[in-house]
Design a protein around this ligand. Sequence first.
Ligand code: IPM
Ligand code: MG
Length: 372
Amino acid sequence: MAAQPLKCLVLGGDGVGPEVIAQAVRVLDWFRDVRGLPIALTEHPYGLSAWQTQGHILPAHTLQAVHDSDAILFGAIGGNYDGVPMQVRREGSVLRLRRELGLFANLRPVRHWPALDGAAPLRREVAGGADIALVRENTGGLYFGTPRGTETLPDGRKSAFNTQRYATDEIERVARFAFELARTRRNRLCSVDKSNVLETGVLWRETVTALHQREFADVALTHMLVDNCALQLVRAPTQFDVIVTDNMFGDILSDGAGAVSVSLGMLPSAALGALRADGRPAALYEPVHGSAPDIEGQGIANPIGAILSAALMLGHSAQLAAEAQLLERAVEAALDAGARTADIAAPGETPIGSVAMGDAILSALAALNSRA
Ligand code: IPM
Ligand code: MG
């Protein structure tokens, strides 16, 4: 095990965030107590509960902890923010965290789970074996471009506008991350853009192509237009290894790709930045699903997206690939044994709650550990 303990900040956030993160924390506690993982977890308020009690979504001491930590495990924010001024919302948003920490690469792995075929929207012949690493540019593009705003035109109509803007270095660093990732996998990268219409798409394609020629000629590079990619992800997902795309397209395609994993509740993510002096990237790990206020407090949310986000933390921040694999195998074993939350239950299967799913994964871990 690595010598330096990992300072992990836990931010449950809003909606089902705290419920799913609680299960991921149990799993990380297990790795600490049973496998000797050097990790120190601290929890801070973030989101609506922080607004209600402290008047800030992201209180100063939480922000301080964000900067002091090695890795953040984050649930979700979102829900009923009526009455919270837009400015306060922006200041506290996860977009701000991504940007402030320079988390330019958002890794969203999507894979087929054979045990879930009964509930799957895609046939096994289509999705079987699919294993995709979608890399979304995370700190630029339409989400952050300026000018942006809403104005009233002289004739009284309202008009709103955003700016899509990318510079070559922003494209290069996320593409470099994706090329390097491809080298650790099946050595294929598909770069996705809208170069038939957008200048940003033309620059995207040119920049990725030039970087490929300069530094990554050994990786098989292809290009795809984003609309076609949306179709290919559900028509023939096994054609992909690593995908790299811009912020907005990555947001949309990663939800769409969720069909391969049956439910958005299964999807983890890692938002990663440049390597720091200790060799670890700045990092924030979060399930892709969001706050799901409609099922908040019912104890039925699928914690697997959060638990697999903890697995990404084991791999990328703790840099213990074997531990990350062990956790993924435990999730697989729990699913093979029939554990299902409501979102992944096939007709006739009895769903269990978030805590019971945590239990199932912890027993699978214990079983795998005693066999090793
Ligand atoms: C995601 C989410 C966020 C995004 C929202 C909640 C701001 O949809 O992480 O995919 O658009 O990035
Ligand atoms: Mg999204």
